[in-house]
Ligand binder design. Structure first.
Ligand code: AN0
Ligand code: CP
Length: 315
């Protein structure tokens, strides 16, 4: 593997989950693999989990790690070509990327949807420039339309906790005050399409995800109906795809509460975090024994380490 931008690149999911299981049981077994190799983690956006779990994963593999917060201390970057750079941006991405590439063996990139242009976001203009111009293997740490390391951690978590071969998994939209990207839900839908689980997406009208991510998936605008008999509830907010980047609803009837969870088959609760309590999910639900948010976040190390291993093996 020499890029990782979609969970589909894991190929055979069963094999990838076995590789993850090995990493969980033997976190330090591959220290020699990463020796004298440097991973550079480039953040255009904030992060807690991705930053720490990817660093930890790289350290477990014996790698050297460098982290760059583009918005803190680096030169302000221009990203569009052809611009007369007479404003506040001192450097162009077209120089910055190959320079970064010359310092690293593998590059991770976090660049969220900017909601300026649906076309630019859905074409992953920033991530793709890293792939094109860095000369190094690139992996996504959440780009504009996918968050594959999160989805892989979600798949690992469901694998660890599922009690039946074909659990019912419900991904539900929930309210949030700000416009959030579709990367996490898009990616989760992609991950679910690699399984034969009974997967349903519930969201209000106007919030259907892009057709490329919902093909063949049941989508309902009735949350209660979706939650019935669920074994896993995956909550997430996202802004509208159709009315791109808009917040059309903050309907608190979509918050995942104890009453909502009572409709399920004593479901486990999942969320990628960070989560806004009592908007997305009630205190009671996130603190309940069925909440898996902490083990799910812990699995981000496993997910990153498994993927870094695959990238290192093909260097
Ligand atoms: C981001 C998002 O929704 O994509 C990151 C989640 C992992 N969340 C926020 O910006 C709050
Ligand atoms: N889930 C996740 O990616 O969290 P961070 O935004 O904190 O990295």
């Amino acid at each position: 593997m020499n890029t990782f931008t979609s969970v589909k690149q894991l190929g055979d999911l069963k094999k990838a989950l076995e590789a993850a299981k090995y990493v969980t049981a033997n976190p330090f077994a591959d220290k020699a693999l990463g020796q004298d190799k440097t991973v550079l983690l480039v953040f255009f956006n904030n992060s807690l989990r991705t930053r720490l779990s990817t660093q930890k994963a790289a350290l477990n593999l014996g790698m050297n790690v460098m982290v760059l917060d583009v918005n803190q201390g680096a030169w302000k970057l221009e990203t569009a070509r052809g611009v007369v750079m007479d404003g506040d941006k001192s450097e162009h991405l077209l120089e910055a990327i190959p320079v970064m590439g010359s310092y690293a063996d593998i590059i991770g990139v976090r660049s969220f949807a900017r909601f300026e242009s649906r076309e630019d976001d859905y074409n992953e203009v920033i991530l793709n420039q890293f792939i094109k111009y860095s000369g190094k293997p690139v992996f996504s740490m959440e780009a504009a339309i996918r968050h594959p390391l999160q989805t892989f951690a979600d798949l690992i978590t469901i694998e660890q906790y599922r009690q039946k071969a074909r659990p019912k998994v419900v991904m539900t939209w929930a309210p949030h005050p700000k416009a959030l990207p579709q990367a996490v839900p898009n990616s989760f839908a992609e991950g679910m399409s690699m399984t034969d689980f009974d997967f349903v997406i519930a969201n209000p009208e106007g919030y259907d995800l892009a057709p490329e991510f919902t093909k063949g998936i049941r989508v309902t605008h009735n949350q209660d109906e979706a939650l019935e008999g669920a074994d896993f509830v995956y909550a997430k907010n996202w802004a509208s795809y159709e009315h791109y980047g808009q917040v059309l609803s903050k309907d608190m009837n979509w918050t995942v509460t104890k009453q909502k969870m009572a409709l399920t088959n004593d479901a486990f609760f999942l969320h990628c975090l960070p989560v806004r309590r009592n908007m997305i999910v009630s205190d009671e639900v996130i603190e309940s024994p069925r909440s898996l948010v902490i083990p799910e976040a812990a699995n981000r190390v496993v997910s990153a380490q498994t993927v870094l291993k695959m990238l290192l093996q093909d260097l």
